[in-house]
Design a protein around this ligand. Structure first.
Ligand code: ZN
Length: 303
């Protein structure tokens, strides 16, 4: 079993650096476990947090996200990426819907569940604050669903942070579920073989000062992770990834049917609730259109 550090210092984390790691056989895959809610002692802060519009999606069967309810009902989700400025570093959290699909009226269809639309490219939004993709030093991926990894190849110089469990799942063989097999094949294509791939096991203190932390939250996918960002004036923000899509999913422990593990999903939501309480943090649900419409959008930022 690997040693699982609750908050892995930057130095130790660097030992997990791999270069062009080959595909990992399914037999080697390890299931991610949930650690106890951490006690956070360090109080570093990041400089700024930007919300980036990374698309929107339309589903024709909302019941996938609300089992037993809203059968056959159409709904729209937002898709959000996030940009964190920390000293000289820029960390992009998730890489959205591919820029190549921008302004395509047919949208980008990656599964039978929903179609994505992108109104403004990620590159154009970075340019609004005078950044180029080369300025992004870290690219954190909450998980490997297509709407979170569409532009990974736009950032060949970035250190790509993902959970080892997610990477191994992506590279595992086909199973009984064709939708999952297609999704994993798309993920392999979109992620490719990053030059600087950091495979994380459990939680990680990215900059070593407690300001920005990866929190392991499996359930939506086997290696799903969440980001906790501490800011001086705004306080702590938790970027939920797909731990929950909508506020009601989170408040009522409603688990979408497409999640890979219901028990882990509920446990991850419990863990986030504990962190919210301990850190007096605010939860940002990137797919919740209602909440996202109330938040600042790049070039505005939280500090
Ligand atoms: Zn997802």
């Amino acid at each position: 079993m690997p040693v699982r550090a609750k908050f892995m210092p930057k130095l130790i984390a660097s030992l997990l650096f791999v270069f062009n790691l080959p595909a990992i056989a399914e037999s080697e895959s390890k299931k991610s476990l949930i650690t106890a809610a951490p006690v956070l002692h360090t109080t570093g802060v990041a400089d700024r947090l930007y919300r980036v519009d990374c698309g929107r999606s339309v589903t024709h069967d909302m019941s996938i996200w609300t089992p037993g309810q809203n059968i056959g009902k159409t709904a729209e989700f937002s898709s959000s990426c996030w940009l964190v400025k920390h000293a000289e570093d820029w960390l992009l959290w998730d890489a959205g819907v591919p820029d190549a699909s921008a302004n395509d009226p047919k949208g980008w269809t990656i599964s039978r569940f929903n179609t994505y639309y992108l109104d403004k490219t990620l590159a154009a939004q970075l340019d609004e604050i005078n950044l180029t993709p080369n300025d992004i030093t870290y690219l954190g991926l909450s998980h490997i669903h297509g709407d979170h990894i569409g532009n990974v190849k736009l950032f060949p110089g970035a250190k790509v942070l993902m959970q080892r469990a997610e990477y191994e799942w992506m590279n595992s063989g086909d199973g009984a579920n064709t939708d999952t097999d297609q999704m994993k094949a798309l993920a392999r294509e979109l992620i490719g073989t990053p030059k600087h791939l950091m495979l994380v096991e459990g939680d990680m203190d990215i900059f070593g000062d407690g300001s920005v932390r990866l929190i392991s939250t499996p359930g939506h996918t086997p290696g799903h992770q969440t980001l906790l960002v501490n800011l001086k004036n705004t306080g702590s923000i938790i970027l939920a990834g797909d731990v929950a899509h909508l506020a009601r999913n989170f408040s009522d422990n409603v688990v979408p049917t497409l999640n890979t593990d219901k028990k882990d999903s509920i446990e991850s939501m419990r863990r986030i609730r504990t962190l919210l309480s301990e850190q007096k943090a605010t939860l940002f649900l990137g797919h919740d259109k209602t909440q996202m419409s109330t938040l600042k959008l790049l070039p505005d930022a939280y500090d």
